[in-house]
Design a binder for this molecule. Structure first.
Ligand code: NAD
Length: 284
């Protein structure tokens, strides 16, 4: 079985961004800039935000963190987003979720300008994306497509199943596979007899958010399996995915591990998207 190494792909993509960022800097007198807003004290979110900043800086991009108090009001958060929307030196804006309970993520997804939406997940961005005219593509599904491309896996004509239909992963994943000429079936929590669908698929992307949901018996021989799931609840508290990866050896043609599969590609695509948005705005 070919292990689809997201870390390796991620390193290659990040390296390829370095000269692009340097060229942008030379031309525009500043580096592409990702602004990250974090509200409150959530420990995991603070780690994610710091990681994003460090990843930006490692390849020569600028990243600023805008930390707001837990009791920030919706109006204050909107104002902060609008300020960044209007700041000519900011290319990408990311609001770290989850937000404290009193704040609406819907409002955030309506406020961030699509011209600066590095995640590609605001309602405007998704509108452009589903209309076939994306500014950038949602990070996680686009990261999956980058992995497939890196390993020369051409999905054209494949029967593909996407397990999950969230706006973040499932729906845009299905769209990208369909655009790449796969025939796509979307399964979800109300699907009856899930494995009847997955067992017939050449490619299965699993994003159900259920630890170790699927194993060997759910895939046909020589299937390609992409596991988007991420859980800290595997054996011994280890990180695991929605798929029982160890069962796939000698059965699947190719599969992504967890950790080290799709995960590293999400943040890499965020960097790529920020760079792309910076270039687009500078050239417009
Ligand atoms: P979500 O909870 O918003 O959506 C889960 C989807 O799976 C839903 O559409 C639901 O209908 C479906 N589902 C749930 N149980 C199912 C079942 N038993 N059978 C079939 N379908 C089922 O989750 P999400 O935001 O789409 O994320 C999915 C998983 O991917 C989570 O584990 C999340 O942590 C992970 N994730 C990873 C990355 C990454 O960078 N690797 C990024 C985003 C999400």
């Amino acid at each position: 079985m070919l292990v689809l190494d997201g870390k390796e792909v991620s390193n290659q993509v990040r390296s390829s961004l370095v000269p692009r960022i340097a060229a942008f800097k030379t031309k525009n007198g500043r580096a592409p800039h990702l602004a990250v807003i974090i509200v409150g004290e959530d420990a995991a979110s603070q780690v994610y935000v710091r990681n994003k900043k460090a990843s930006c800086e490692k390849i020569g991009m600028t990243s600023t963190i805008h930390a707001l108090r837990t009791d920030t009001t919706q109006e204050e958060l909107t104002e902060m987003i609008q300020t960044l929307n209007n700041d000519a030196d900011v290319d990408g804006i990311l609001v770290q979720f989850p937000l404290p309970k009193h704040l609406s993520s819907d409002e955030v997804l309506k406020t961030v300008s699509p011209l600066k939406d590095a995640d590609g997940l605001t309602y405007s961005s998704l509108g452009y994306f589903f209309a076939g005219s994306p500014l950038v593509k949602p990070c996680t599904p686009q990261g999956v497509m980058t992995i497939l491309k890196h390993y020369n896996i051409n999905v054209e004509g494949m029967n593909a199943v996407v397990v999950g239909r969230s706006n973040i992963v499932g729906k845009p994943m299905a769209m990208l596979l369909s655009e790449a000429n796969a025939t796509v079936t979307i399964c979800h929590s109300k699907t009856k007899n899930l494995s009847q669908f997955t067992r017939n698929a050449d490619l299965v992307v699993v994003a159900a958010g259920k630890a170790q949901l699927l194993g060997k018996e759910d895939f046909k021989k020589d299937a390609i399996v992409v596991d988007v799931g991420m859980h800290g609840s595997g054996q011994g508290g280890k990180l695991c995915g929605d798929v029982r990866f160890s069962e796939l050896q000698g059965w699947a043609k190719a599969a992504t591990p967890v950790p080290g599969g799709v995960g590293p590609m999400t943040i890499t695509t965020l960097l790529e998207n920020t760079c792309l948005l910076a270039e687009k705005r500078a050239n417009s």
